[in-house]
Design a protein around this ligand. Structure first.
Ligand SMILES: O=C(COP(=O)(O)O)[C@H](O)[C@H](O)COP(=O)(O)O
Length: 331
């Protein structure tokens, strides 16, 4: 690799990174697609002439994107998919390297869109006419299922949690209302008391670990607990690129902790200098609480997560390139 100074990133790339960090682009699937798009733009806008410098520059862009939010594995998975093959032998000209990045980014985005439609089709089958369904936060994968069930003429009612502190439940409610779905918003604290009205739960995922545990918006695991208490089916809707190859070798999924001021205002913090606020953005739902994971390749039991990961990514110990790219990002 050249030791030259890495070029400035295009403003569009910096803007996408900022939007992901500030949650203007949010939700694990959208984050992954935005990262792929940022890599595509970075490749197209590269103005140098050296293949080696291009590779170094792309790895730096990749590193910037991966650093924006820590929990959703869709982000490093998308980035790895787009840039990891730059390390393969034979990528020895700038044009080859650039077209590799552009074509893989486009392919990822196309795959992600198709995956969402397939998830809707598989997931719609678990929804019955007359069902009342609880969802949490805002998940494109979960919402797609509910919209398709409604479009197929099933009379459903959706309970959407507010999802404090960022109120993503409002986004869910509005997108369902636009499609004509009947919606009730509830505070998360009401979940257990309304569970008697619920026929099934459908939520999204940020990461699926090799043991089938699902990392999603904080509060998901409490909803799963309340559903289990009543024997209510709990489904997770997710693309397979949210399955984490890193957990196959024991890596822990990092949980994002966000600013104290999302929970308590500056004035209260100033009045009580000893007060500390914990604001975890995600939590972990154990596999035993999950009825099925609805993916674009079918509905799988959570216990099959490691098989899916090996099929999709190979075993990381056998497949050094994935780890090598990850280490590059960490430098
Ligand atoms: O937890 C969240 C979003 O959290 P945040 O708002 O903090 O990003 C969503 O349930 C998953 O990302 C899945 O969403 P999708 O199915 O759209 O990928």
């Amino acid at each position: 690799m050249s030791q030259g100074v890495v070029r400035a990133f295009p403003p569009e790339v910096l803007e996408i990174a900022r939007k992901i960090r500030d949650m203007e682009i949010r939700g694990a699937g959208r984050i992954a697609k935005a990262a792929a798009e940022a890599l595509r733009i970075a490749a197209l806008k590269y103005e140098g002439e050296s293949c080696e410098e291009f590779k170094e520059y792309m790895l730096k862009v990749a590193e910037l994107l991966v650093s924006t939010r820590p929990t959703a594995v869709s982000l490093p998975n998308a980035v790895n998919y787009v840039v990891s093959q730059l390390k393969k032998p034979g990528i020895d000209s700038l044009e080859k390297a650039r077209s590799l990045v552009v074509s893989r980014a486009s392919r990822f985005i196309e795959y992600a869109d198709q995956a969402l439609s397939k998830i809707s089709e598989f997931g719609e089958k678990v929804i019955r006419d007359g069902d009342t369904i609880l969802t949490h936060c805002n998940s494109a994968a979960a919402t797609g299922i509910l919209v398709l069930a409604h479009k197929k003429g099933k009379d459903i009612t959706v309970y959407a949690t507010e999802t404090r502190p960022k109120f993503q439940g409002y986004i869910t409610a509005e997108s369902l209302l636009r499609e004509g779905v009947r919606v009730r918003i509830i505070p998360e604290s009401a979940v257990r008391s309304i569970m008697k009205r619920i026929d099934k739960v459908v939520v999204g995922a940020d990461t699926v670990a090799a043991n089938g545990a699902v990392v999603n918006k904080v509060g998901t695991s409490l909803i799963a607990l309340a559903a289990r208490e009543r024997g209510i089916d709990f489904f997770v809707a997710t693309e397979t690129f949210k399955f984490s190859p890193f957990t196959l070798i024991g890596d822990i999924v990092p949980i994002e902790f966000r600013a104290e001021t999302e929970i308590v205002d500056e004035e209260m913090l100033a009045r009580h200098p000893k007060l500390r606020v914990l604001n975890p953005a995600f939590d972990v739902t154990p596999p035993d609480f999950i009825t099925g994971i609805i993916t674009e390749i079918g509905i799988i039991p959570p216990q099959a997560a490691s098989i899916v990961i090996e099929e999709m990514y190979g075993h990381p110990v056998m497949h050094e390139s994935l780890k090598a790219v990850e280490e590059d990002f960490a430098q």
